[in-house]
Ligand binder design. Structure first.
Ligand SMILES: [Mn+2]
Length: 316
């Protein structure tokens, strides 16, 4: 039964045009490009009734991005990240309590602080599938770059919480280490690797995908977040940089040796098939990092295709 946690196929497309979790501009244009590409019409075509919410509308976070005033220890932009993610959190909560599936389109991955906090408020036993080249589990204490898009998982877990900037202390610690699983990792900082090991977090790197194949990896991932078959709902947080830059070039932190486009889409298709999806994020499409028009189109088309696959598109 597809989307068994919904009464009917309704989705709220939540735009999250936010770039404050990292230093490159352009990722705030991701939602605009995805919508211009026809994402809403494509979802309607799949049978979804669609609503749009723009929680950051009227907020000019781009102009507020300031590396000299908005800092806390080594963290960049905690004020705007705190404010933007809180607005996204409220929007996701509203969408999910209204029995719609929140599809949040970013924006950089810091926005997942808000999306996961929102979805887990309704479904505290949910599992989080984090598809990404990176683990995004640095803390304000361990981050080298200071970019908060590399920290959302730690905030959701409350790791090193005594070092949090005041503006991010609102984040509810909803995520337990046994309720997240990673797919696609290939660039993990030494301190992040320690967190994964010490907390016993299940993570499938590109090595595991090569070794077992993507289907088996997803089976193991599903089992890891729901070992006793308790029909746990699934939040999928999908960073497009999980897919190899040859298919998805216009993204902020590309790493070679990633998923093929088909493997990337299969994750969406397979999760849709479980019927357990309750929330979806598509992040880190940055049109301004395309060297040419083809790069931009490939990246946006891949982002939209991931959303469609995860929301029920099948070939046959
Ligand atoms: Mn990420």
């Amino acid at each position: 039964m597809p989307f068994s946690f919904l009464e009917s196929l309704k989705t709220t497309i939540i735009t999250a045009p936010f770039s404050g979790g990292q230093s490159k501009s352009g990722v705030e244009d991701g939602p605009k490009y995805l919508l211009r590409f026809g994402l809403q019409a494509q979802l309607k075509e799949l049978g979804w009734e669609t609503f749009i919410d723009e929680p950051l509308k009227g907020k000019n976070f781009e102009d507020l991005k300031d590396d000299s005033t908005d800092v806390f220890e080594n963290c960049k932009h905690p004020k705007i990240v705190g404010e933007a993610t809180k607005l996204i959190y409220e929007s996701v909560k509203l969408a999910i309590f209204n029995n719609t599936l929140p599809l949040t389109i970013g924006g950089d991955h810091s926005i997942a602080i808000g999306t996961v906090a929102g979805s887990f408020t309704k479904y505290p036993n949910a599992g989080l599938i984090w598809v990404d080249a990176h683990a995004d589990i640095n803390t304000p204490k361990t981050t080298i770059s200071g970019n908060l898009h590399g920290c959302p998982v730690s905030f959701l877990m409350g790791l090193d919480s005594e070092f949090y900037p005041p503006e991010l202390q609102w984040v509810p610690k909803v995520l337990k280490p046994n309720k997240i699983v990673y797919i696609g990792l290939r660039d993990v900082d030494p301190m992040e690797r320690k967190f994964l090991q010490n907390l016993g977090i299940v993570a499938f790197s590109m090595y595991h995908i090569d070794k077992f194949g993507i289907n088996k990896v997803i089976e193991m991932a599903l089992e890891a977040i729901d070992p006793n078959n308790e029909n746990c709902p699934i939040h999928l947080s999908y960073d497009v940089d999980a897919i190899d830059p040859q298919f998805v070039p216009a993204t902020g932190t590309p790493v070679h040796g990633g998923l093929t486009l088909r493997e990337g889409l299969f994750i969406g298709e397979r999760l849709a098939e479980t019927g357990k999806l309750i929330a979806l994020d598509i992040v880190e499409c940055n049109p301004s990092l395309g060297v040419n028009e083809v790069h931009i189109i490939d990246t946006i088309a891949a982002g939209a295709a991931i959303a469609r696959c995860a929301m029920g598109e099948t070939v046959l």
